[in-house]
Write a protein that binds this ligand. Structure first.
Ligand code: FAD
Length: 377
């Protein structure tokens, strides 16, 4: 039984309840407070720290790689692809406006994408680079976001790839420090975060919305925002969000770091970066799409070993490459690959599915979400 004091403070009725204290939940709370400082907001997080994607990702600012953008354009059309790209660009600027580069270890190291001969863009790579550079220029104010760096492959530290495209706007970020800094800011803005409360179910009625937690606590609010991303299926099955596990390994420390920067291959299915004097690599979900469509955080030997062999095949070094650490995170994917902000009841909205690129996108999606929610309060 809760005490009167607890009911009247921690678990008191609030204007807004947000489920999930990952990047989406945190940016949403901050934007709501910016729009309407008087709002009372409680974030409910099931774990003692966020446990989904935000602190378990690869730490790329995620501006977007050449083949990924061209594939997005083919799938969703030019304007939709540009809209998402602009949101990513603005999102990165926004993160930098809130936090110093030191606080979140933002490293504007640039990025590269390795492209095989067999890829459809390879035959006319320079034309594709030119095309995208022109398309992106009004957003980035740069003539050359992408450049052909194939000739420098060896000196960049890579081998056994056919082509290499440089991307001056990609950057590395420390995901743990970003979420910590953002959490601190959210709390400073008067938002309450309750950790260790897993929402089991929610119920919307004409006056309010009620959530029940696994440990039997009931909380009420005027509005509910779900930011549980890859775990949406459990709470809001109608939204059709597919979970997707991303597995990551980190190597031993190198005496001489073979490469520096962020790297992509295979339309973003493989991603690796320098991490101090180690290499972090993640992905290879396309090796077992079915098996990786899960919210289970235990990864597989098969994918970890594959990622290790990938590094051994493609990194120029005389030193041995071994796995020292590994973990998994869970992403949420919409069928269209577009982020989704959708009302599921008159006072309940979901903001989810940044489709594996939420670092840059969540700050911008949160702006729109805050407008929608405050207009409804
Ligand atoms: C391996 C991997 C690598 C990635 N690499 C990058 C990258 O380099 N750059 C990039 O931009 N993006 C990357 N992403 C994607 C990015 O991390 C996500 O898009 C972003 O973090 C999504 O944030 P979110 O807040 O929506 O979700 P999450 O961070 O998953 O937050 C959801 C939160 O909800 C909580 N929760 C779930 N269910 C409940 C419940 N019932 N009750 C209470 N709480 C609940 C979870 O514990 C979690 O903390 C990667 C993702 C993964 C998995």
């Amino acid at each position: 039984m809760l005490s009167f004091w607890e009911k009247d403070s921690y678990y008191a009725h609030t204007d807004v309840i947000i489920i999930g204290a990952g990047l989406m939940g945190l940016w949403s709370a901050l934007e709501l407070k910016k729009h309407r400082p008087s709002l009372s907001i409680t974030i409910l997080e099931r774990n003692s720290t966020p446990l989904g994607a935000s602190t378990r990702n690869a730490g790329f600012a995620c501006f977007g790689s050449l083949t990924e953008l061209l594939s997005d354009e083919a799938q969703m059309g030019t304007q939709a692809m540009l809209n998402i790209l602009e949101a990513r660009y603005k999102g990165i600027q926004k993160i930098k406006s809130y936090f110093s580069e030191t606080t979140i270890q933002y490293d504007p190291c640039g990025g590269y994408e390795a492209i095989p001969h067999s890829h459809e863009t390879a035959a006319h790579l320079d034309d594709h680079i030119h095309y995208l550079n022109q398309l992106l220029s009004p957003i980035t104010n740069l003539d050359k976001t992408f450049t052909n760096r194939s000739a420098q492959m060896q000196e960049i530290g890579l081998k056994n790839f056919d082509h290499l495209v440089g991307n001056v706007l990609e950057a590395g970020i420390h995901s743990g420090k970003l979420v910590n800094a953002l959490t601190k800011l959210v709390i400073e803005n008067g938002v309450r975060i309750l950790y260790g409360l897993e929402v089991k179910e929610w119920d919307s009625n004409s006056n309010s919305v009620q959530v029940e937690t696994q440990n039997g606590i009931t909380l009420k609010a005027n509005q509910l925002i779900s930011c549980v991303n890859g775990f949406t299926q459990q709470l809001m099955p109608s939204l059709n969000i597919a979970p997707a596990r991303g597995q990551i390994i980190v190597t031993n420390a190198f005496e001489r770091l073979p490469m520096k920067g962020t790297f992509h291959f295979d339309e973003g299915f493989y991603y690796w970066r320098s991490l101090g004097n180690r290499i972090l690599i993640g992905g290879a979900r396309n090796l077992d799409f079915e098996g990786e469509e899960t919210t289970d955080l235990f990864g597989t030997e098969k994918i970890r070993t594959h990622l290790l062999h990938f590094l051994r095949e493609h990194i120029v070094t005389e030193e041995s490459i071994e796995i020292e650490q590994y973990w998994s995170g869970i992403m949420g994917f919409t069928p269209s690959k577009k982020p989704l902000t959708e009302w599921v009841a008159h006072n309940t909205i979901a903001a989810i599915a940044c489709n594996g690129m939420g670092v840059a996108l969540t700050p911008v999606i949160a702006e729109n979400l805050a407008k929608m929610v405050t207009a409804n309060l």
